[in-house]
Design a protein around this ligand. Sequence first.
Ligand code: PLP
Length: 413
Amino acid sequence: MSLKTLPFSKEQIEEITQKYPTPFHIYDERGMVDNAKKMKKIFDWIPGFKNYYAVKACPNPAILKILEKEGFGADCSSLPELVLADRSGIRGENIMFTSNDTPDEEFIKAKELGAIINLDDITHIEKLEKSAGIPELICFRYNPGSSRQGNIIIGKPEEAKYGLTFDQIMKAYPLAREKGAKRFGLHTMVASNELDSAYFVETARMLFDIAVQLKEKFDIRLEFVNMGGGVGIPYKPEENPVDLAAVSKGMKEAYDKMIVPAGLAPLRIVFECGRVITGPYGYLVTRVRQVAQKYKDYVGVDACMTNLMRPALYGAYHHITIPGKENLKNNHIYDVTGSLCENNDKFAIDRKLPELEEGDLMVIHDTGAHGYAMGFNYNGKLKSAELLLKKDGTVQLIRRAETMDDYFATLDF
Ligand SMILES: Cc1ncc(COP(=O)(O)O)c(C=O)c1O
């Protein structure tokens, strides 16, 4: 079970909406910081442990700076994300560059910033050599194919476009060394929003096994393994968070059994989680605009897919709280819809909620990762503001809402 509580009262959030009109995302700084500290503590046995926060999850400098203070790095996958990390004060090898189908200019920028470059394809060795030059430290993304199961969001590994096959991995490291690389990392990401702690222990074993093989076959010693992101969160109240203490314990056992006897310790283990770091600490606040009875009952709100794509994209569940009506019976069944001309623009289908009326505030939970960031401007809908609920209880605007001028900025009338 996970409790779906709010870090603000109805009165507080009503007051916030007086200054910042709905819809907006609001992020709970205290929740994020406490969570980051907890993660570091759980993995404190790991030499040089670091989470490179996946910038794509919440690409906002205020969030990156909060995490940087906690010792987190940034995992970037595009030129703007690289620049965002750098401008947020995350520098050099604190940036992991994990891209795919990568243009030369991104390799060039990553190298210029001194980021760790994580290659997604064996042909990228040559591309990187020609564009930016082979850096001293290089990393490869491993795709284990049919030996591992993926999940619904990321797909099966053997059907996923990412990473090098086992045979390619075994060719890539000696080739990179031949071309001048001296330090090596290994990365994988085979699941997304995975809640099973055993899955991550298995991933660690898989990476440790390759570390041992690279040493035995080529005398190549990895400096770090990157477990990727993909640690899930309990979007549904009946789900449990991933037991990170169990992950840590299982990883330590595997490390002691595989890495230490092979003479490969110390081996850094890093992650690039986004969702589990900020996801539960973001809330999409929206207001009920209409309640309509058709063949079903619909609650139309002032947010839409522009603000949160996950329900429409993956059928994802996001919990909903109606501030002030928490103690009423959930005795009405509604589809909660946005205003796009797309019938899948729904935040919830057949959701049991208390009776709703025009003007009610609605809070959609767990939007702190892959929420705001995924939005698009279809139908000319403008992206919302992002707010930070600071530790001292004050609210800071960390991204203003888009205006029509922003929307028209790329057009020539
Ligand atoms: C390469 C890579 N790393 C990390 C992440 C972060 O995943 P999550 O936010 O689920 O931890 C993603 C998400 O898409 C990704 O593609």
